[in-house]
Design a protein around this ligand. Structure first.
Ligand SMILES: Cc1cc2nc3c(=O)[nH]c(=O)nc-3n(C[C@H](O)[C@H](O)[C@H](O)COP(=O)(O)OP(=O)(O)OC[C@H]3O[C@@H](n4cnc5c(N)ncnc54)[C@H](O)[C@@H]3O)c2cc1C
Length: 442
């Protein structure tokens, strides 16, 4: 193995373990991408070894563990050496299964971000993830790629480069005009199986949640939804951190034995990276062998979201949020916060306690089960700072907390804290702002 030539991972061929098949209905045959499996009249698979490419899909999908990979003695030796050098152990200390799995994992390289868009209009979460992905790729010493799928959306590839990706895997076809699970998940799976990224990130949006689940299921890999933090451990694994058990603890999850390692992240959890239009990258064009007639779901009509009033405020993209909690005492308390928000060109948000009390609509709730926000200024009025509330606003640039309890946990997250009665402090602040504006003639 030291003659300078790159040694390819032996792929082996699938074989049936006698007596274990339960004739489940030909799942192995359905999953084989090369038609390398025929079924006998007992419903058991016959592997056509000259067609088998050793992809292991049939082995993974078999509910009775009735299939395994067969390797020649020479292939076993190469696998053991490859795995031992990756693990830093002696070849004889590694089982064949472990060696095969390790060698397969070694083939996956690079960090990818799925670029979400609506008819070419990108979702900001995609750029936020490009920023997060760039940090992970730097730590691993690998490339950052993006997945752009759509109908004539090539400009998005260039936008990916300007945010930091060096390569865009691009699929362009009319059947990708609107998001539908089937063509999109098939497209992503085809790209992953061909180019083998070790990490794949998507937004925790309606589209991202749907797509990530379908892709992870098809690829038989792990997926951590709604991560609030991503990092790389010393062994190069993705640390996927998210709130667990109702937000009372933060759980860090690893995908050790499957690839790619998949995670979704909610919008505004990660900062938007700086855009530099002079950055360039490579577009890798691929196509999906799928026709419109093969897709069950059809988009008949797109109905825009026409919510009005309090419901249509875009809390997540506001620069200034004045938020109230149980300490506002009643619905009327929020009129006072609205006055402060108006003076600052901001919007009013709230804690879950205010929603549960019926003072504010759910659309205004900030936190783990509400919106994640990242404004320039977040003013928390009469909010204690429960972990579930902090989960939605702790990425704000400046946090100002007003609370009469000096021990309230919100002060630990705050940039500036004011201990006192919100009904005295907020009117005083509004007066000061109005006076200052009058003096400068605004
Ligand atoms: C699974 C789960 C998900 C959750 N998701 C969310 C979520 O998304 N968002 C969320 O907010 N919560 C969420 N919660 C609820 C969360 O645990 C807290 O119960 C909630 O955030 C408390 O809201 P609060 O701070 O307004 O009320 P409290 O905790 O009751 O705090 C009120 C604060 O107001 C102060 N105060 C009272 N009067 C005044 C005054 N006159 N002047 C100044 N200060 C005053 C008090 O000192 C106190 O600190 C979730 C809980 C669970 C279990």
């Amino acid at each position: 193995m030291d003659d300078g030539k790159e040694v390819k991972r032996p792929r082996g061929v699938a074989q049936l373990i006698p007596g274990k098949c339960i004739a489940c209905g030909a799942r192995c045959q359905a999953t084989c991408p090369k038609s390398a499996i025929e079924m006998n009249d007992r419903g058991e698979p016959i592997i056509l070894v000259d067609k088998c490419i050793g992809c292991r899909r049939c082995v993974k999908v078999c509910p009775a563990d009735a299939l395994e990979m067969y390797y020649t003695e020479e292939e076993k030796r190469i696998l053991a050496e490859m795995a031992a050098s990756a693990k830093g152990t002696e070849p004889q200390e590694i089982s064949l299964e472990e060696a095969a799995a390790l060698a397969e994992i070694q083939e996956y390289k690079g960090v990818w971000v799925f670029i979400e868009h609506t008819e070419g209009e990108p979702a900001d979460v995609s750029w936020e993830l490009i920023g997060a992905g760039a940090g992970l790729a730097r730590k691993l010493g690998v490339e950052l790629g993006s997945v752009v799928i759509g109908d004539k959306v090539e400009p998005l590839c260039h936008e990916c480069f300007s945010y930091g990706a060096s390569r865009a895997y691009y699929m362009d076809a009319p059947l990708f005009h609107f998001y539908r699970t089937e063509p999109y998940y098939r497209a992503v799976c085809l790209l992953v199986e061909k180019h083998k990224p070790e990490i794949l990130l998507m937004g925790a949006t309606g589209v991202g949640r749907d797509l990530a689940a379908a892709v992870a299921t098809r690829l038989n890999t792990g997926l951590t939804a709604d991560c609030t933090e991503l990092a790389i451990d010393d062994g190069g694994l993705l640390l996927q951190t998210r709130p667990a058990f109702g937000g009372n603890i933060m759980a860090t999850i690893l995908t050790e034995h499957a690839r790619p390692q998949m995670a979704t992240v909610r919008p505004h959890v990660m900062p938007l990276p700086v855009k530099d239009a002079s950055r360039k990258g490579e577009i890798v064009r691929e196509s999906l062998p799928l026709q419109e007639e093969d897709i069950g779901a059809k988009v008949i009509k797109v109905i825009p979201d026409v919510r009005q009033g309090a419901e249509c405020i875009d809390l997540a993209s506001a620069d200034v949020i004045v938020s109230g909690g149980r300490g506002m005492r009643a619905r009327d308390g929020f009129n006072l916060l609205q006055q402060l928000a108006d003076e600052l060109d901001g919007v009013v948000g709230c804690s879950r306690a205010a929603v549960e009390a019926g003072w504010m609509p759910l659309e205004r709730q900030v936190g783990q089960t509400g919106k994640t926000v990242r404004p320039k200024i977040y003013i928390a009025c009469g909010i204690s700072g429960a972990i579930q509330h902090l989960a939605g606003m702790q990425g704000s640039d400046v946090i100002i907390a007003i609370n009469q309890d000096k021990e309230a946990p919100i002060f630990k997250a705050a940039t500036y804290g004011i201990v006192g009665d919100v009904f005295q402090i907020v009117p005083a602040v509004i007066d000061r702002i109005r006076n200052a504006k009058e003096q400068v003639g605004v």
